[in-house]
Design a protein around this ligand. Structure first.
Ligand code: ATP
Ligand code: MG
Length: 496
């Protein structure tokens, strides 16, 4: 690890979640344990919003001498893919290099989830239903109207148990039956109106193969996954706030978990200006070939920004600057760019490159001579030392560092003006040549040997300093310039 103090453990700010944890520790809750997790669904690559969640969860575990689990929420085999499991692990190892554990899989707990469902049926808290999906929707009611109870709601436990076993044994087709929690069809919270907890899906799972043809619903599976792993604080984003009553209901009604249920805490998602976030949209861009893949450097994915040259430390700094909040907002992408600039400022070696070259001939410099000048590797960090760079009679400068008829306050090169060449000499422009289209193709200058960089020359000052490369000793380079992903500042999330 670098000596940068910007690592996860040293982040200072105390967010509202840490305050909750402090209180829990004071009250001896969970025996003073702190155990967090990051639960991605392997249906796409991670983006920087996920990085926020990872750093938050991992950071809280480290700061509180706790534990952190990476757990794949792989309960929906219809949309998931093994290749994302690999890329997600790679991203997290990059982001949290000190995390050495192996990932866990929700699908490893399918037996436990099944047992819990049987327990709920036996307690009269779940029943098998055979309403069609249209009927189910109709019976659910609306935000303003209560739902209607299914005619199957009072099916006997024995009958539900028998049907559920047969669902599991593969006797029925997809959609023929579901298992529902028995809560309250008139609850103002629609998530509490007898939500489905198991559905039939004859699909091969990447981990469990064809062992199961019934799969648990996310809202039911998630609290069990958390509690089974001994997670203390289950941190998720705001859209799950309305789901919390059901999360609590599940754990409160299961004997194994009711005494020390995991608590769910919600925080605001990270959004960035000029950036599309959300796996669904990023997936569309990959699938439609609008970008080269999930790790296209223009993507806000962790793999994309890694390719683009971001460091984990820059992300920690950015996320720390952003903070953790309860209310939704959009962060200016300039903050992210500032974080990487700050981080690289003292650690990235600098070099000179000319992207749109125009040749300068230094007419009083001896033909065929090459001299090697000292250039700093990083002007802001002396410890990075110097290197030798070649200088000769012909050099390149940027086309827009020269103007034939400059406006006022233009301090770069123009006829009659003198500028400094960084790490080299002062040069003065005497003449230039144009081609038949009127484009400047060569500039003729003279240099003053007395102005050599590093010799303490102070006799006169010049206002402009130009970067340059030696025309005879330079190398070709591929330079990738990126613009923002979207022209608009923000996107209307309701349109997608
Ligand atoms: P998306 O909204 O991009 O489709 P998701 O929430 O479906 O992502 P999951 O793999 O289910 O992706 O998410 C794993 C975790 O990451 C969840 O706890 C989720 O709340 C969190 N997360 C997702 N997007 C963001 C974000 N923009 N900011 C912070 N956390 C996020
Ligand atoms: Mg999700």
């Amino acid at each position: 690890m670098s000596e940068n103090t910007n690592n996860i453990e040293n982040r200072e700010s105390v967010n509202f979640i840490q305050k909750i944890i402090n209180e829990d520790i004071t009250n001896g809750k969970y025996n003073k344990r702190v155990h967090t997790r990051f639960p991605p669904e392997p249906n796409g690559s991670l983006h920087i919003g996920h990085a926020k969640s990872i750093c938050l969860n991992y950071g809280l575990a480290i700061k509180n001498n706790g534990k952190f689990n990476l757990r794949f929420d792989d309960t929906n085999p219809a949309t998931e893919d093994e290749s994302f499991v690999k890329s997600i692990v790679e991203d997290i190892r990059w982001l949290c290099p000190e995390w050495k554990d192996e990932p866990l899989y929700a699908s490893d707990y399918f037996d436990k989830m099944y047992e819990c469902a049987v327990e709920l049926i036996n307690k009269g808290l779940a029943y098998v239903d055979d309403l069609s999906s249209e009927q189910m929707r109709e019976y659910r009611g609306t935000l303003t109207e209560p739902g209607i109870e299914s005619p199957n709601r009072n099916r006997s436990k024995e009958e539900s148990l028998d049907l559920f076993t047969r669902m599991k044994n593969g006797e029925f087709k997809n959609g023929e039956y579901v298992l529902r929690a028995k809560i309250d069809m008139s609850s103002p919270n629609i998530n509490m109106r007898d939500p489905i907890i198991y559905r039939i899906m004859h699909v091969t799972h990447h981990n469990t193969g064809d062992k199961w043809c019934i799969y648990p619903m996310y809202d039911y599976a998630h609290p069990i996954e958390d509690a089974y792993e001994g997670i203390t604080h289950s941190i998720c984003t705001l859209e799950f706030e309305d789901h919390r009553p059901f999360y609590d209901w599940v754990l409160a009604n299961l004997d194994d978990f009711k005494d020390e249920p995991t608590q769910q805490i919600e925080f605001a998602k990270l959004y960035l200006t000029k950036t599309m976030m959300g796996k669904r949209y990023l997936k569309q861009m990959v699938e439609q070939g609008l970008v080269d893949g999930w790790d296209d450097p223009r993507m806000p994915t962790i793999s994309g920004i890694r390719r683009r040259g971001y460091t984990p430390e820059a992300l920690y700094k950015f996320l720390d600057d952003v903070g953790v909040a309860k209310s939704q907002s959009v962060v200016d992408i300039a903050m992210l760019e500032n974080a990487i600039r700050e981080d690289l400022k003292e650690k990235a070696p600098r070099t000179m490159a000319v992207l749109d070259p125009i040749k300068v001939i230094i007419t009083n410099y001896p033909e065929g001579q090459v001299e090697y000048l000292d250039a700093e590797n990083n002007a802001e960090n002396e410890a990075m030392g110097t290197r030798k760079i070649p200088f000769s009679r012909e050099i390149y400068i940027e086309r827009d560092d020269f103007m034939e008829n400059p406006p006022k306050k233009y301090f770069r090169l123009f006829p009659g003006n003198e500028v400094r060449l960084r790490y080299a000499y002062f040069i003065k422009c005497n003449d230039f040549k144009k081609d038949e289209n009127g484009n400047v193709v060569e500039i003729y200058c003279t240099y003053d040997p007395a102005t050599k960089s590093g010799t303490g020359f102070t006799e006169r000052k010049v206002k402009g300093t130009l970067h340059w490369v030696d025309a005879n000793n330079c190398i070709d380079a591929t330079v990738r310039l990126y613009d923002y992903m979207m022209e608009a500042e923000d996107y209307d999330k309701t349109n997608f």
